[in-house]
Design a protein around this ligand. Sequence first.
Ligand code: NI
Ligand code: MN
Length: 226
Amino acid sequence: MQIQFLGHAAFALEHDGKTVLIDPFLTGNPKATVTADEVDADVILLTHGHGDHLGDTVAIAQRTGATVVAIVELAGELKESGVENIVDPNIGGTADLGFVTARLTPAWHTSTTPSGTVNTPAGFVIEMGDKRIYNVGDTALFSDLALPARRGHIDLAIVPIGGHYTMDRFDAVTAAELINADQIIPAHYDTFPPIETDAQAFKADVQNAGFAEVIVLAPGESHTLR
Ligand code: NI
Ligand code: MN
C-alpha cells in the first residue's frame, strides 16, 4: 500500500488500483501539493467537519463519484450539499466498502462545519489489503487510544503532533506508546503558525523510547507500507 501525505491532515491511501482519501483539505491549504481537481478518489473518509478536514470533499465526491464516510450528522449535511454516495456510521460503527472497511473511533475534540452543522469528531480504524491503519483524527491524548490494538495489530498510525488544536508532540509520544503501532506518521503540524512544531524531535523521542518507527513525510511524499 502507498500512503501519500497531501499536507496538514490529508492523506491518500492507494492499494490495488483503489484510492482512499482522508480529510481532503486542499483548496486554501498552504501545504497542499495537489489540487482538488486532480486527485483520484474511490472513497473519502472524513474524521470531522472542521474546514481543515471537510475541505474539498463535496467537489471531489461530485467529480469522482466517490463514496464519503462521515458520522451521521455530517453525512446529513453532505447529502444536502449534493453528495450522492454516503455511508453514515456513528462512533463504533463500521463502513464496509468492499475493498476497504473503516470503523469510527472516539476522539477528544470539537466540531462544527463551516455551514454550522455540529458534529462529533472521530478517528478511523481502516482495513485495506492486509493492513490495519489507525488514524486517530484531531484529538487530545486520552487512554482509549490503546483500545483498537486490543482488537487487532495496528500496522501504522497517523497522529497529530502540532498542539494548540490537538495533542502536542510531547503528548503524542505517550499516544504512540498507547496506540502500539509498528509505524507512525505525524500529521496536523506546520500548516499554520499556531501548530508549528519539531517533527524530527517527535521522531527521536518515540524511537528512543522504542514505541514505534516514525516516518516523517514532507507534503507530497509517499510511504510504502509492506
Ligand atoms: Ni478539527
Ligand atoms: Mn484540524
